[in-house]
Design a protein around this ligand. Sequence first.
Ligand code: ADP
Ligand code: MG
Length: 243
Amino acid sequence: MTRALLELAGVSRSFGGVRAVNALSFAVREAEIVGLIGPNGSGKTTVFNLISGVFLPNGGALTFAGSSLVGRKPHEICSLGIGRTFQIVQPFNSLTVLENVRVGAFRTIGDPARATDEAQAVLTLVGLSHKRDALPPSLTIADRKRLELARALATRPRLLLLDEVMAGLRPAETLEMIELARRIHASGVTLLVIEHVMRAVMSLSHRIVVLHHGEKIAEGTPQEVSRDPEVIRAYLGEEYRPA
Ligand code: ADP
Ligand code: MG
């Protein structure tokens, strides 16, 4: 078994009286795809904000490749090799698609010409090179999600955190996004994926962690969690039936 690339141990974070994340422990191994699921407000995005240094935990340990993440700034965490997408996409609307991706590439590649080459390569990977000169507001939702992915990939992450990249997509676009996530994984990137589209997260993930009120209520293979009575009660209900 490969050792943990990312490890959370007893991590908590409150906002006022709300315990958004409570004593959460789980690990992601190198080359895994782990899904993070749970109802709205169960703390999923907060977990990403804790990993990526947007919020400090109130307690607990977060380590990546053996180094503590606690107290590091988001740009340092990015330099360590953790990339992320945002649930609400945040492109620079006055920069072209290519320029947006170059911003990410420039972080890890100081040389302007090589940063442009890298941005081009990432746009090709996500299927957006034909839109390189477009401005983000003119893109479809699916293309905005691809751009968000490209921006994160351009920082050359070892671990990529995807926050609902399939939300709002049509079924055919969702299938394309699953295919793209698989391609990114095959290129050597470990994935931690927040997703509400059950078909997608169940087919992509090797393992799934289920949150409810900031606590882990289940962890296991997609088959295991989708049959877990507590997961069905708290989240899946009748809407998801495993094949
Ligand atoms: P999810 O992504 O699972 O829908 P979130 O992590 O966004 O859930 O939110 C978990 C809880 O933490 C919610 O009750 C939310 O209102 C609260 N929360 C998240 N971020 C903040 C914040 N910056 N300030 C105050 N409360 C927050
Ligand atoms: Mg969220």
